[in-house]
Design a protein around this ligand. Structure first.
Ligand SMILES: Cc1ccccc1NC(=O)[C@H](C1CCCCC1)n1c(-c2ccc(Cl)cc2)nc2cc(F)c(F)cc21
Length: 218
């Protein structure tokens, strides 16, 4: 049984990324808003556009703290941000949905989202994803690294130097793999499960344009 050990550099890398991830979070808590009041489909759509817009700004600030990201070709940095923004937004939404809440709150939140204006056909795949993320019970370091791995996807459209992105992503995947082994020793396939979520995330993100276009306005 090989002894898995996170090196000092990897520890430092993880701390930089996790601190940045926690620092660059959405200022106002959308879950609290949704729990407080019931909004019309139009108001929910507006709220979503505001959240998505602020999320992009948060993502730009976060990526500046990923060691090596600013050394990438400038146009590639933009291609990576554009290519991962929707996935990062759904990943963030899943993490918000999976947060531990007082009993009954998650059910109310789910109901508010079900009734927010999203078309029926997208509700099931979306909540299946949220629940599969919740079942992983990720620690914040894993959440931060998973978002980082998502951003550093080499095969985004228009990325020129894919090798450079791949090297960065490999660095992050190595830390994430070790962290998973150390955090979930009883579940050797945990890391594989985690990466499997990224496939589900990409599929869900393909629906995004249609989800917006089919938002049920009264
Ligand atoms: C949480 C966040 C952070 C950053 C950026 C965006 C968002 N997301 C949102 O603001 C929207 C709201 C928006 C208002 C209507 C209800 C869903 N949202 C979505 C979602 C649904 C459909 C699509 Cl197409 C996209 C996202 N899933 C959510 C799960 C949650 F637990 C939650 F609290 C909010 C959630």
């Amino acid at each position: 049984k090989e002894k898995v050990e996170i090196t000092k550099e990897q520890q430092a890398l993880m701390k930089i990324i996790t601190d940045a991830y926690n620092r660059h979070q959405i200022p106002q808590d959308v879950a609290k808003k949704l729990l407080q009041d019931q909004y019309s489909a139009e108001e929910n759509f507006l709220l979503l556009t505001e959240m998505a817009t602020s999320q992009v700004q948060v993502l730009v600030e976060f990526t500046k703290n990923i060691p090596g990201f600013l050394s990438l070709d400038r146009e590639d940095q933009i291609a990576l941000l554009k290519g991962s923004a929707v996935e990062a937004m759904f990943l963030r939404s899943a993490q918000v949905f999976s947060r531990k809440m007082p009993s009954g709150h998650t059910e109310v939140l789910e109901e508010r989202i079900r009734k927010s204006g999203i078309s029926e056909e997208f509700i099931t795949p979306m909540f299946n994803f949220y629940k599969s993320i919740g079942e992983l019970h990720m620690v914040q370091e894993e959440q931060a690294l998973l978002t980082t791995v998502t951003i550093l996807t080499p095969d985004r459209p228009y990325v020129k130097d894919q090798q450079a992105v791949e090297r960065l992503q490999e660095t992050m995947l190595d830390v994430l793999r070790k962290l998973c082994v150390l955090q979930h020793p009883q579940e050797p396939q945990y890391f594989a499960r985690l990466l499997g979520r990224l496939t589900e995330l990409r599929t869900l993100s393909h629906y995004h344009t249609e989800m917006l276009a089919s938002w049920r306005m009264n």
